[in-house]
Design a protein around this ligand. Structure first.
Ligand code: AMP
Length: 425
């Protein structure tokens, strides 16, 4: 039997319904905050991720899905969204054509060849937001606040961890301090971290394998080495988060896996105690646009893992839709049911018809199994009298309508739905 590719999931039925509702709610929240949708292709030239995400990152070194196309171009499935958006931002001259700040969001699939486990997949989905053309710490505050708004909507208990990882001026000085500190401890580090001392020493700070931050209490931290401008930026970020009522804890070990961050870095963890509890992360990346060949443009953004978000949303957050269905109880009733289905299609209620004639007992069994709320039946008597029999499956109540009294039917259905939704919120 052919199965889905390892680490990739199918989505259908009730879960797909709840997932769809989750995406709709997210879109409403970010669109209300004036982020507009931005779609980029699933694949890009691999060079974009090498330059944008960083040659020495795990994402690029170990986790990329890449292939040569028929003309021998080296292509990669996108492992994250920022590099693609920056590429498009430059390619379409958005910095010239659109007023700053330019605020956008995306929702879609991403691909990383990681070891699959709960909360970690090879195809996963992210909500991302990016803001171009604004270097203020307050905009970082709003960016983090936007992630919190999404989590608050779904009533999720979370904690925000913030850090500053400095700029081109102060980070190299700090980097030297780190290299010096860890050089004497090299043999206590994992193989990857031994290499990271030379290539990417900041990544030592969040290594889960040899876990230096747990072992050593006196590791130098970036926040003690910020230049005056970065220090001021970080203080103002904290002030704006206070005003937004975002409770952020300073965590000097948030360095983020990707190379492009400057100053603000943050992560949000859900208070579940589970291992895959990082639900969102991001920060400022003021040099990325110019690194990829665009004009110098400050930028900030985050990505939120939708599988992880989905798992945190209580199952009864969304009620299933109220569905009604029409059935024929004999061959002679089928055409009347077609007429009824046509009338119903003009109205905003969820209705479907099942045209295969069945005995009433079978109809009710089937409707019960499909969790139908209202059943409409047309039998011999109904054909004769031009009526339709409605049964409320929850209360057992029955009511006879004229087949053209669709407006009355819809009114009753909508009233029932409003009551149903009110009860459940
Ligand atoms: P990153 O792009 O690595 O900063 O990740 C941002 C968020 O995406 C994380 O906080 C996770 O919630 C989610 N995420 C990252 N990688 C995966 C994965 N392989 N499977 C599921 N979710 C992921």
């Amino acid at each position: 039997m052919i199965k889905a590719v390892k680490g990739m999931n199918d989505l259908f039925g009730k879960k797909a319904y709840r997932w769809g509702r989750m995406e709709e709610d997210i879109k409403t929240i970010v669109q209300t905050a004036n982020f507009t949708e931005f779609r980029t292709p699933i694949v890009e030239e691999i060079a974009l991720f090498k330059r944008g995400v960083g040659e020495t990152t795990d994402v690029v070194q170990k986790e990329m899905y890449d292939f040569l196309d028929k003309k021998g171009r080296h292509i990669a499935m996108r492992p994250e969204g920022t590099a693609s958006v920056v590429r498009a931002f430059i390619e379409h001259g958005i910095s010239i054509n659109e007023p700053a700040p330019f605020k956008l969001f995306y929702i879609g699939p991403f691909f990383r060849y990681e070891r699959p486990q709960k909360g970690r997949y090879r195809q996963f989905h992210q909500l991302g937001i990016e803001i171009f053309g604004d270097d203020t710490p307050q905009m970082d505050g709003e960016m983090i606040f936007t992630a919190c708004r999404v989590l608050e909507h779904f009533k999720i208990d979370y904690e925000v961890h913030i850090n500053s990882i400095g700029c081109k001026e102060c980070r190299p000085v700090y980097r030297e301090k780190l290299v010096e500190y860890f050089s004497s401890k090299k043999d206590k580090l994992c193989d990857d971290c031994q290499k990271r001392i030379e290539t990417n020493p900041l990544r030592l700070l969040d290594c889960k394998t040899c876990n230096p931050k747990e072992k050593y209490q006196d590791i130098p931290v970036m926040t003690d080495h910020l230049c005056e401008i970065c220090d001021d930026h970080f203080k103002k970020l904290q002030k704006s988060l206070e005003i937004f009522h975002v409770k952020g804890v300073i965590d000097p070990f948030i360095v983020r896996g990707l190379d492009y961050y400057t100053r603000t870095a943050f992560e949000i963890v859900a208070n579940t105690g589970g291992s895959q509890n990082a639900v969102a992360g991001g920060g400022r990346y003021d040099n990325l646009v110019s690194d990829i060949g665009g004009v110098d443009t400050p930028a900030t953004g985050f990505a939120m893992g939708l599988e992880r978000l989905f798992d945190l949303i209580p199952e009864d957050f969304y009620q299933p839709p109220m569905i009604s269905a029409g059935y024929a109880l004999c061959e002679e009733a089928v055409d009347d049911l077609v007429h009824f289905a046509k009338h119903m299609s003009h109205h905003p209620v969820t209705f479907f018809a099942d045209y295969k004639p069945r005995k009433i007992k079978k109809v009710l069994q089937k409707a019960d199994r499909s969790e139908i709320s209202f059943v409409f039946m047309v039998g011999e008597n109904e054909v004769k009298n031009k009526t339709v029999l409605m049964k409320n499956m929850k209360t057992g109540e029955q009511k006879l309508y004229g087949q053209h009294e669709v407006i009355l039917i819809v009114r009753d259905l909508m009233k029932a739905e409003a009551n149903f939704l009110k009860k459940n919120f």
